[in-house]
Structures are given as structure tokens and as C-alpha cells.
Design a protein around this ligand. Sequence first.
Ligand code: HEC
Length: 195
Amino acid sequence: MDRHDKMGGIVEVREHEFDGIREFDNKLPNWWLWSFYGACIFAFFYWLYYHGFAFGDSSQRTFQVEWDAQQASAVETMFTDDELRGASKDASVVAAGKEVFTANCVACHAANGGGTIGGAPLPGPNLTDSAWIHGGAPMGIFSTIYKGVPEKGMVTWGPTLGKDRIRSVTAYVLTLRNSNVPGGKAPEGAVYDGQ
Ligand code: HEC
């Protein structure tokens, strides 16, 4: 059976048949074809811009940047230096912090915080001297523990321990600070001589 298109031309019926279903050989409308070609061209440049050369920040990357900044500023304001100094003088907080330390930190920082075991160095630095790679102020220590230094092997403890246990373990680390245990690792970083 022939079918006529709008211009009066004959529309062919294609050869094949599936379950009694046959197809007209219609030409795709131009508006459809051009929007399809347009979409392909757009996609190619879009891909080059956001992924190929990554000139533009993809929405995923934009989100990550905002998220990281938000997380970072949130950590910095969780407590204050004074609050943590106060916690380090509270025996029950320090005892809780010591438990967190024993359970999570001794493998790399040693039971006494000196960073060595039987004279051999462990991965972590000495926490009992006055030198700090990432700052020895109470909130400096807190945020190093919270955020970690993943590229150097210090775990990001925030998600695992949460801010309250990190507060306790920071209070405990503050009691180790400047205690200079014998046989500890050589100092690393800058001396912090504040409170
Ligand atoms: C897998 C090993 C590892 C574990 C476990 C670990 N640390 Fe660390 N830690 C490190 C390393 C390595 C560094 C040094 C990072 C650097 O060089 O920047 C470090 C650095 C630190 C610092 C900063 C020291 C400075 O000089 O600024 C503090 C504070 C700290 N760790 C506390 C802790 C606490 C508290 C825990 C347990 C909750 C812990 N660490 C568990 C490996 C570890």
C-alpha cells in the first residue's frame, strides 16, 4: 500500500516485517535532525570545556570546593583554644581522651606519645616535644586530628571519632605537649611556646 506524504510524494514501505509490523520509510523532520545535530555539537564542546580540558568547574567540582571550604571552616570553629585548654585540665575529659588515644593512636605515635618504640621510629611524630608540624595551639592540634594529613599518613579522624571524642583526645595530647618523654623522636616542625 502506498502512502502519500504532505507534498504528494509516495512514501515507501520498508522491506522488513516483524510480527506483522511494517515501517514507512519516512524522512526525519528537519527540525528534529537539527536539534539532534545541535545537541551532539553542544555535547562535544561541553565535554571539552568541563571534562576534556576541565576549563570550567563541573557542578560536582563546584560542590566539592564549597563542601570542603564549609567543612574546613566548621572544624576551625567547633571549639576555641580556651575551651580546649579548660578540657585539658578536666581529669575526666583527659581520661576519656587517653582511652581514645590508646585505642586509635598508639600504633603510630607510641603509648607515651614519643613516636618511637624500643628506639625505632614509628610513622607519627613526637607529640611530647614543643615542635609542631601543623601548629601546637590547641585548635591547631584539634584540626590536625580532625582533618588528618592523609598524604603523610595521618588519618582523617573527624568522620570516625566525631568532634567530642576528638576534643577529649586533644585534651589528652595537650597534657603530653612539652612533657618531652625520654627516647622520643627528634622534634619536627616549628616550636610552639604558647599555652
Ligand atoms: C597510621 C598512623 C597514624 C595514626 C594511627 C595516627 N597518626 Fe597522628 N600522625 C601520623 C603522621 C604520619 C603524622 C605526621 C603528618 C605530617 O608529617 O604532616 C601525624 C601527625 C599528628 C599530629 C600533628 C603533629 C604535629 O607535629 O603537628 C597530631 C596532633 C596527631 N598526629 C595526633 C594523632 C591522634 C590523636 C591520633 C589518634 C586519634 C593519631 N594521630 C593517629 C600518623 C598517625
